[in-house]
Each structure stands twice: as structure tokens, then as C-alpha cells.
Design a protein around this ligand. Structure first.
Ligand code: MLT
Ligand code: MN
Ligand code: ZN
Length: 304
């Protein structure tokens, strides 16, 4: 299996257009302790031919251009065999609208996420230009689904995992919360190799622990370091946990849990621009390294 992080930042990216927090100021100034990052998405393939995007970020166009394996091989073509959505947040789905150039698409999502998109968003009609423009593949937590490649089975099997999370911000007053609003993705190949992609995680559950523990490679929510990160920086009052993101630090943070997992690689994704771990020489970053936890950057590749 091969996975390539196309974007490692949370919604807004790094730097974020309207943010002058110390990290955003530093990366804009070219401080070598920082790397810019685009919004979270990862590409995965079992055979190097068919690729599946895990979420469609607003930065999808430049992300595709940044990775030659995703470029068309014929006048109208894409090696992107499918797009799998973990939730209906703007940073996970806006890229679908960017891919509107009449290319047949396969989108995998839970019923709750699909309804939020198809029934509540008139712009989605740009992906209904002809019959079969988008084939929607329903995902049900716990039920394995074969990912379809261009010429038949891709060899990859996806198991959606219900994760603690919340309904997309723009749907909060329109749809009732459901257990299918936020899922993790476990993708396995025929040889038993697996990737767990959990970019949004509000907190621990037995199911999450069991699925993460069994994965070779875990890519997981690294949005915030502390619960009060935004308030400390004077950027808002909402806490990480209010936004359904499990902060890394503290005895009940995600870092002690991550340190206990046996996975070969444990990689943080969906990192908010305010997070001190983005500074490569920060003490918070050293703590992660000591716990065997990596911080993803755009272009990071894992092959196993
Ligand atoms: C999140 O990860 O909490 C969301 O992407 C926030 C948002 O939709 O702006
Ligand atoms: Mn997000
Ligand atoms: Zn910032």
C-alpha cells in the first residue's frame, strides 16, 4: 500500500488567510522552523494505478497537480478512482465542487453526509450534469466495502468506523446529529496491510481504540495541542472539545493514548494553524517525537 499526504492542515490551511497568530506570522515570514500546509486530504493506492482520495479538500486542484500519480494519462482521464468522505465539513467536501469538469466520479460517504450534500446544497447540482456523473457508494459503519477501481476491484477494502464527532457546522440547524456524521476509514489490502485514517476524532471509544490498534499506519486528528488553544491566543472562545477535536496534551489528551498504540507509524493530520507542534523546534514537538508520533506535512509518503 502507498499513502501520500496531499494536505496536512485543518480547515483554513497553514497559514490561514485571516490569521496572524505567531505560527501564521512565522510561516509567512519564511521562518525555517515552519512549513506551509494545505487542507487535509490523503491519497491511497494498493496497486499504484487506482488512487482513492480520503476527503476532497478546498485545495484539491493544487494537491492533484503536486502529485504526478494523480495526473491524467489521456486527453480526458483521471487516476482518481474514488473519493471517500469522513464527514460533511467544508474542508472535507468543498473539493468535490472543484472537480466539476464532467468527469464521472465515485464518491463513498455515509447516508447522513450524502444527504447533507445532495439535499441541502444547490451547488452540488454541478455534479449532476449527466446520468451517472457521480456514483454514490453508501458507507455504513462496521460494514466493509470493496473500493472499485477503473477496471474492476481495486484490491482495497474499506471499513468505516463510527468515531466521536459532530455534524458539519453549516448543517447544525438543519439536520439532527447522527452516529454517521463523522467516521474513520480503515483501508486494507489483500496482504493484510492497513491504514487507519481518523482525521476528526472528538475523543476515545472502545471501537476507535480497537481499530487504531490493529492498523499498521494510523493517521489521526492532530488539530489542537490544548483544549483552550484558541482562547489562549485571543482567537476565540470555543474549546477544542466543543469543536469535536480531542486535544493532544494533558492526562486525558490523545497523546498518552497514541503513545500506547503498537502501530508502525502514528502520524498526525488535520493540524490547526495555531498548534505549537507546527514549529519544528518546539518542546511540544519534542514530546511527540519521544512518544513515537509524527507530524504530517504535504507530500509525506508512506509505503508498506
Ligand atoms: C472542523 O474540523 O472542526 C471543521 O472543519 C470546522 C469547519 O467546518 O470550519
Ligand atoms: Mn476540519
Ligand atoms: Zn494562525
Amino acid at each position: 500500500m502507498r499513502a501520500r499526504v496531499l494536505g496536512a492542515a485543518a480547515g483554513g490551511g497553514f497559514p490561514q488567510w485571516n490569521c496572524a497568530c505567531p505560527n501564521c506570522v512565522g510561516v509567512r515570514a519564511g521562518d525555517p522552523a515552519f512549513r506551509a500546509r494545505s487542507q487535509a486530504s490523503t491519497a491511497v493506492s494498493g496497486d499504484g494505478r487506482d488512487w482513492f482520495l480520503l476527503n476532497a479538500s478546498p485545495d484539491i486542484r493544487t494537491q492533484i497537480e503536486s502529485f504526478a500519480a494523480l495526473h491524467p494519462r489521456a486527453p480526458r482521464d483521471t487516476p482518481i478512482a474514488g473519493i471517500v468522505l469522513t464527514n460533511g465539513d467544508i474542508d472535507a467536501v468543498l473539493g468535490l465542487l472543484i472537480l466539476r469538469e464532467s468527469q464521472p466520479l465515485h464518491v463513498y460517504a455515509t447516508d447522513a453526509v450524502t444527504r447533507g450534500l445532495r439535499e441541502r446544497n444547490v451547488l452540488l447540482r454541478t455534479l449532476a450534469r449527466f446520468d451517472g456523473h457521480v456514483t454514490w457508494h453508501p458507507l455504513v459503519p462496521g460494514q466493509p466495502t470493496a473500493l472499485v477501481g477503473a477496471g474492476g476491484p481495486s484490491g482495497l477494502v474499506l471499513t468505516p468506523v463510527a468515531l466521536a464527532g459532530k455534524v458539519a457546522l453549516h448543517l447544525e440547524t438543519l439536520l439532527l446529529p447522527s452516529g454517521e456524521d463523522n467516521i474513520g476509514l480503515v483501508i486494507a489490502d489483500g496482504g493484510g496491510r492497513s491504514l487507519a485514517y481518523f482525521p476528526g476524532l472528538a475523543g476515545p471509544t472502545p471501537e476507535c481504540d480497537q481499530r487504531a490498534r490493529a492498523a499498521d499506519v494510523l493517521m489521526v486528528d492532530g488539530t489542537f495541542y490544548t483544549d483552550d488553544e484558541l482562547a489562549r491566543l485571543g482567537l476565540g472562545t470555543r474549546r477544542a472539545r466543543d469543536m469535536a477535536h480531542w486535544p493532544l496534551s494533558g492526562p486525558d489528551g490523545s497523546l498518552p493514548w497514541l503513545a500506547s498504540l503498537p502501530c508502525r507509524r502514528k502520524i498526525l493530520v488535520h493540524i490547526n494553524n495555531t498548534n505549537p507542534i507546527l514549529r519544528e523546534d518546539a518542546p511540544e514537538r519534542a514530546q511527540l517525537t519521544a512518544a513515537g508520533v509524527e507530524v504530517a506535512h504535504d507530500g509525506l509518503e508512506v509505503e508498506w
